[in-house]
Ligand binder design. Structure first.
Ligand code: 1CP
Length: 352
């Protein structure tokens, strides 16, 4: 595909344990609603139209790169493109979030899903957006791809609407353990193909979002998350090897799952992304030293006055240190954030 050579390799170097001149930084949800230019474009288009139009997805991906000295771009898309590709209807409704008018109610509904799907065809718009964005970036910073992990996607597909307990999805794990595993298995197969497709299209690092891990406990996490998280990583790496495609760093973000941080850091991923509920000292103690840590500023710290935000950030990055570390928030940036504060955070990371 003849992409231009990468000029800023900090994130890739940090992910593979190489030395860096400055600590690399990117921000989860950096290409979103806190940017006025995003809101302006969003007022003209439906959310999934934006995801499905490579030119728009590329334009949005580059918005934060034009504003800030970020060390990576992340492709504008959503984790819910997979259930959509499997035939589920999804609407983004103001005040209600993502709504599935016909969620999975019982295991019999699994058979109503389109499966197997032709990932290359159904999600081609994401691959096209990635290739276009790589060309447009001209090697300025690496382009990250991502996918939702099986449990997090299953939660959305079963709940159908935002829920504070996830009791519907969790009830499946207790009532229908075998059928749940069947669903998680078939989601995993699609996720593997989807990740490989993104790498083939030009993604230079991949983050798997198991955002809803925090609703489980360790034994449930091991059965319903970790086994699939491991399998996805090893299958992606095996396919890349077979097709002689160079490996890209794989990042696992299992929000709220520090009860399993040790296991996650031994699950084969190059980077473990952590939320803010664990201190850098504790995380360093637990995480395998051959694995890079990403994180973990509380997204709310960005509301602090600039001087305090600077101090909190410097304190965090100096505790993590320059080796095997990627600075980020512990979860996505909030939509009402002032972009000026983002600049304070990024500059504070790079100043060290
Ligand atoms: O205009 C709008 O309201 C759109 C808001 C929006 C945006 C900007 C949604 C709806 N998704 C996105 C983009 C998005 N989603 C990205 C883009 C790249 C980036 O800048 O980071 C990414 C990585 C995601 C991932 C995502 N989507 C996750 C996992 C990460 C996380 O933050 O936990 C989840 C859980 C979603 C689902 C989702 N998408 C959007 C909403 C409102 C939600 C939450 C679902 C809900 O509770 O309704």
């Amino acid at each position: 595909m003849n992409f231009e050579p990468l000029q800023n390799t900090r994130i890739i170097d940090a992910a593979f344990g190489k030395d860096v001149d400055k600590i690399p930084v990117w921000i989860m949800r950096q290409a979103g609603r806190y940017l006025p230019e995003f809101r302006e474009l969003r007022s003209k288009y439906d959310f999934f139209t934006m995801c499905q139009t490579p030119k728009l997805a590329c334009e949005i991906t580059l918005m934060p790169i034009k504003r800030f000295e970020l060390d990576a771009a992340i492709i504008f898309s959503d984790i819910l493109v997979i259930p959509k590709a499997m035939g589920m209807q999804i609407e983004l409704i103001p005040g209600r979030g993502m709504v599935f008018p016909s969620p999975l109610k019982t295991p019999a509904d699994i058979d109503k899903l389109k499966y197997p799907i032709n990932v290359k065809e159904k999600l081609n718009y994401v691959f096209e957006a990635i290739t276009l964005t790589r060309h447009t970036l001209k090697g300025k910073v690496p382009l990250l791809g991502f996918s939702g992990a099986p449990w997090t996607l299953m939660c959305f597909m079963v709940e159908g609407e935002s829920s504070s307990t996830k009791s519907k999805a969790k009830s499946w794990l207790y009532k229908y353990p075998e059928e749940s595993k069947r669903l998680l298995d078939l989601m995993s197969d699609i996720i593997v193909e989807y990740i490989v497709g993104q790498i083939e299209a030009g993604a230079q690092m991949i983050q798997l979002f198991e955002t809803l891990a925090e609703y489980l406990n360790k034994p449930m996490f091991e059965v319903y998350c970790l086994s699939y998280i491991r399998k996805i990583n090893s299958s992606v790496k095996a396919i890349l090897k077979e097709r002689q495609i160079p490996e890209v760093p794989m990042v696992i973000f299992a929000k709220g799952a520090h009860y399993a941080l040790k296991e996650l850091s031994e699950s084969g991923y190059d980077v473990v992304s952590i939320d803010w509920t664990i201190t850098p000292e504790e995380a360093r103690k637990i995480v395998n030293p051959n694995v890079t840590i990403q994180g973990n500023l509380d997204p709310c710290a960005l509301y602090a006055p600039a001087e305090n935000l600077k101090k909190i950030t410097e304190n965090m990055v100096s505790t993590f240190g320059k080796k095997r570390y990627i600075a980020n928030l512990g979860h996505g940036i909030y939509p009402d954030m002032d972009p000026e504060n983002v600049k304070v955070f990024i500059d504070a990371v790079h100043s060290l």
